[in-house]
Design a protein around this ligand. Sequence first.
Ligand code: ZN
Length: 328
Amino acid sequence: MCAANERTAQNPSGTYVDEAVAEDNRPVVGRFAPSPTGPLHLGSLVAALGSYLMAKSSGGIWQLRMEDLDQPRLVTGIASDMLATLEILGFRWDGEVAYQSRRTEQYREAARELKSRGLAYPCGCTRSEIAQIASAPHEDGLVYPGTCRDRLPPGKAERALRVKVSDEAVTFEDLITGHYSQHLTGSCGDFVIHRADGPYAYHLAVVVDDAAFGVNQVVRGADLLSSTPRQIYLQSVLGYATPRYAHLPLVTGPNGAKLSKRDHAVSLAAGYDLARQGGALLLSALRFLGQFPPPALEGAAPGEILQWGVASFDLSKVPRLSAPFYPD
Ligand SMILES: [Zn+2]
């Protein structure tokens, strides 16, 4: 049994639970956190709108965060283009925009804490070494076999810092998709929180940021559903509260595959005259989220449409299934 178990809240059945949520009566703090690796597209619009409506319809606040840690993949100017696009579409965020690239010290501190408590350890394995030992590959990659858990093998240089996971199931109730449970040992094993030659991992950065900014409601695309247990696990070992999660249906292309940022045909700024078509795009996105804006809103300004959305948003109507998105 790994040391992580001693530090983590468990219920009698031995599963990790988001128990902090039940006691949390604070106002909703939501966020939209795009990666500036490509322009906002229809999928980003749905994520922005869904997170905005869920925060604002309960009188909460909506923060904006740029997940710009992966420097080689960043595209110059995209972050400011994203902000401009959101503004044309009527979105107003609360507080300053946060940039992950400016918060490395906070991630380093969290990693240092996990290491000093014996919850994270250096790993010297290459990907091919892991592939040779690992059991069947999982959807998110290979299950790490724990080679370096007790010590870095002699002659190996540190390639990554991994966090020790436990055998317990991580369980949570998604506000849209419902009950979700995952055993990290079987789905990914001890996972990377920092690469020696790269940035801090998304999972670590996102939990440090959500805790630092008081985020208690995470609304994002369903492609991140299976990574949520890793984040809940990190929250539990770092002593952070676990936010409520809501995973939105994904926007797919006609072939059923998730829309990619590489697909420039769906770039909002390049594909649409936003000053003229912004309202229509928002109405389409509302319908995609299962809402029924009245015909009187056709031709209305984005701000007015968002106002209707906030006043009328019905979470129970948001579909669970991903679907193609065809703006009118
Ligand atoms: Zn290793």
